[in-house]
Design a protein around this ligand. Structure first.
Ligand SMILES: Nc1nc2c(c(=O)[nH]1)N[C@H]1C(S)=C(S)[C@@H](COP(=O)(O)OP(=O)(O)OC[C@H]3O[C@@H](n4cnc5c(=O)[nH]c(N)nc54)[C@H](O)[C@@H]3O)O[C@H]1N2
Ligand SMILES: Nc1nc2c(c(=O)[nH]1)N[C@H]1C(S)=C(S)[C@@H](COP(=O)(O)OP(=O)(O)OC[C@H]3O[C@@H](n4cnc5c(=O)[nH]c(N)nc54)[C@H](O)[C@@H]3O)O[C@H]1N2
Ligand SMILES: [Mo]
Length: 681
């Protein structure tokens, strides 16, 4: 059904995988989006948008958008396609999926992540479809699994401070987060705090634009955050800076961890973290003697082998000094757990459609290995069909040589729902055109604030594109899935997604609703663990500890001799993972794929800024331009990401070098646990 075409302003939400989840006002003239602005009323957004999203019309009306179903006509991965009708595409896809499923439905794998964070277009009908089919489960670990598992083990859930409260903090540790690039709306609150006299300290191996604007930058080695947290605990104990009353009332098993922390003198901590002992002492002093003290932890520091343990250790700090007593004290890594009270995942995703079947689980972070595995009793059937939506695994998953080889298998049937011909879409048998946020209805939660949002469609779908929900609805019908839930409209899905007292009508009144939560959620304890107390000695995993990176002098000295540089590949400010890389004006700002290297490391290798270099290790290599800068600390190189492979210098990106080793908790990826060497060309 075509929307009424008139000039107006539509209430919307940013769909991207970012903690800010902005409320948008989309101006439409003559049926076209002409302007996208931040909602001035929505407290986290306060009328401001990042460069990427303020230019959303460029993505929406991009001349490369996929507007028709496409069928592969050339070899796998060649990107050669012809336009076909929806009827032909859906008919053929249903036949192929049915024939695979007839043998074993677990040979079918859905692969999706957070291209859109919407409750409807992110899952809903797709989840129902794969439950009904009995496809393999996908363990969606690629971003936050280690940190999520760590918060759950410590606090009982992914719970944290309210975003707005940071404006009232007196000390903010910005830890593993380049807020100005990746969490811009937090930065506004941090700046308000700064104006009120707060001290801002950035803990990050890279001197980011955020580090530039903080009072202090502690450039520790990647993967050593757990050691730093233990070193801080050492000082809290040594100087009697613990809030023993808060610990006594709300924390279990502190003596077990205290015994370990006593071994982490400032000198030992400094040695492990590659910083000075005075930095450790000063940080502990500031943290223990300033109230309210807040930590904005982000996922950058958990993409290493010991990421889960490190998050547990950092998450304990505010419990040890009683920072949670204050609304403006505590920690925020994710607020997503607060939304459990507002939504109903089972109603939306219908796991009951599985009946008694219990499919195996495939980890998305080792998709390369999974696609290359043969059938076996432990693994189950070989993967014969993959349906990708809201994700670009060929560019974003680790060890891309294997991922690309897997997707290049001639015997793999691949369907990709997309807006653009990404590196993954190039490997598809069918590409199905999906609508963008301004063309469909959705509901949004957030992992960086505590507001529910609605996104109303603003304009008609471009070309023949359809919402993900509609594509799976039609595919379900072709597959003969007759359950009434496959008929539910997007409006009906939106109603089912919400739990009382949160309703669609209330959301539609102003576009967003703040969750009903106390300002200082743990002032009097009441954590979400079984006994309401903070957990240190967790059954099955014990007391948290520092775990060195897989690839480090400590764990793999021989490897470190060959590949002495630690490479991290944090987000580029003008991309959102691999989204927006094909928007020319944003790519112009980022320039070309580049690797930041410290002047000392460049000198010993004879490298200069602007020179094309090869970055390599035992898994592969990729080419980019060197940028000699002290934004990189000695011994660490930074490859800002995530470039599309085909838009890079040699058809590869940083993930050619990253590995599929999993984190200690949550089975997440270890993107920033990676040794490399660099040479000039
Ligand atoms: N512009 C933009 N915004 C984004 C994204 C994007 O790609 N671009 N990505 C989004 C996504 S998917 C997510 S998950 C969120 C959060 O995304 P994050 O990836 O957490 O985002 P950043 O805060 O930019 O990056 C993490 C910071 O951690 C640092 N870091 C790397 N290794 C370590 C370490 O071992 N210890 C410490 N202390 N720091 C380390 C990096 O140098 C970087 O500055 O942001 C989202 N927002
Ligand atoms: N080296 C390295 N690798 C990383 C990271 C890193 O820091 N370094 N970060 C990791 C992290 S934190 C994450 S979260 C992952 C992100 O990985 P992904 O979730 O795969 O994110 P994107 O690369 O942005 O790809 C999302 C795709 O979904 C599509 N899309 C968006 N909306 C819709 C829709 O409504 N329908 C359909 N069908 N498609 C849609 C977009 O066009 C885009 O191509 O990457 C990880 N990979
Ligand atoms: Mo992420």
């Amino acid at each position: 059904m075509k929307l009424m075409q008139k000039n107006n302003v539509i209430q919307a939400a940013c769909p991207h995988d970012c903690p800010d989840t902005c409320a948008l006002r989309v101006s439409v003239e003559g049926g076209r989006v002409v302007r996208v602005q931040g909602d001035p009323q929505h407290p986290p957004t306060h009328g401001a948008l990042c460069t990427k999203v303020s230019r959303y019309a460029e993505r929406l009306y991009h001349s490369d958008r996929v507007l028709h179903p496409l069928k592969r006509v050339g070899p796998k991965g060649s990107g050669q396609f012809e336009a076909v009708s929806w009827d032909e595409a859906l008919g053929d896809i249903a036949t192929r999926l049915q024939s695979v499923a007839a043998n074993n439905p677990q040979a079918v794998l859905p692969y999706s992540y957070a291209g859109t964070m919407g409750l409807l277009q992110g899952g809903s009908m797709a989840s129902r479809f794969f439950h009904r089919l009995g496809a393999s489960y996908l363990d969606r670990t690629i971003c936050s699994a280690a940190g999520g598992a760590a918060l759950a083990a410590t606090y009982g859930g992914k719970l944290g401070m309210h975003l707005e409260q940071f404006a009232h903090s007196k000390l903010i540790l910005i830890w593993g987060s380049n807020s100005i690039a990746s969490n811009l709306h937090f930065w506004t609150f941090a700046q308000a705090a700064k104006r009120n006299g707060a001290k801002l300290i950035c803990i990050d191996p890279r001197r980011t634009e955020t580090a530039d604007k903080c009072h202090q930058h502690i450039a520790l080695l990647p993967g050593t955050d757990g050691a730093l947290a233990l070193g801080l605990m050492h000082e809290l104990i040594a100087h009697d800076w613990l809030d023993l009353d808060y610990i006594d009332q709300h924390v279990d098993d502190w003596p077990l961890l205290a015994a370990k922390a006593r071994e982490w003198t400032p000198e030992r901590t400094a040695q492990t973290c590659g910083i000075s002992a005075d930095e450790v002492r000063q940080l502990a002093h500031d943290y223990a003697n300033t109230a309210p003290a807040a930590i904005r932890l982000n996922y950058g520091m958990q993409r290493v082998r010991g990421g889960g343990n490190a998050v547990r250790l950092v998450a304990l700090l505010p419990c040890l000094v009683g920072a949670w007593r204050h609304a403006a004290g505590g920690l925020l890594l994710s607020s997503s757990g607060w939304f459990e009270r507002a939504k109903n995942d089972d109603a939306l995703e219908r796991p009951d459609l599985l009946g008694a079947r219990k499919p195996r689980t495939i980890n998305m972070s080792s998709i390369g290995d999974a696609l290359l595995r043969e059938a076996s009793p432990e693994f189950g059937p070989k993967i014969e069909a993959v349906v990708v939506y809201n994700s670009n695994p060929v560019a974003v998953a680790p060890e891309s040589a294997k991922v690309a080889a897997g997707f290049a298998r001639e015997d793999l049937f691949t369907v990709v729902l997309e807006h653009f011909m990404t590196d993954t879409a190039d490997h598809a048998d069918y590409v199905l055109p999906a609508t963008m946020q301004m063309e469909h209805l959705d509901l949004h939660t957030s992992y960086g604030h505590t507001y529910l949002l609605i996104n109303e469609p603003a304009v008609d779908a471009a070309g023949q594109s359809k919402p993900n929900t509609q594509i799976f609805r039609e595919l379900a019908s072709r597959m003969g899935f007759t359950e009434p839930c496959f008929q539910d409209s997007d409006d009906a899905l939106a109603r089912q997604a919400l739990s009382a007292p949160y309703t669609l009508e209330a959301l539609r009144e102003r576009g967003w609703i703040k969750l009903d939560l106390p300002d200082a959620p743990f002032a009097n304890g009441g954590f979400a663990s079984a006994n309401g107390r903070v957990q240190i000695n967790v059954p099955g995993i014990g007391v948290p500890d520092y775990l060195p990176n897989y690839e480090s002098v400590e764990s793999s000295p021989a490897l470190a001799q060959h590949y002495p540089l630690a490479m991290i590949s944090p987000p580029a400010r003008n991309f959102l993972n691999s989204s927006f890389v094909n928007v020319q004006s944003l790519r112009d700002i980022e320039g070309e794929p580049m690797l930041e290297i410290h002047p000392q490391d460049a000198l010993t290798r004879g490298l200069q800024s602007g020179q094309v270099v090869e970055v390599f290790n035992q898994r592969g290599s990729y080419r980019c331009k060197a940028k000699v800068t002290d934004r990189a600390r000695p011994g660490v190189v930074n490859g800002l990401s995530i470039w599309w492979r085909k838009l890079g210098l040699d058809g590869h990106n940083v993930n050619e070098l990253t590995h599929q080793g999993l984190t200690d908790m949550g089975a997440g990826p270890s993107f920033y646990d990676c040794l490399v060497e660099v040479k000039g060309l």
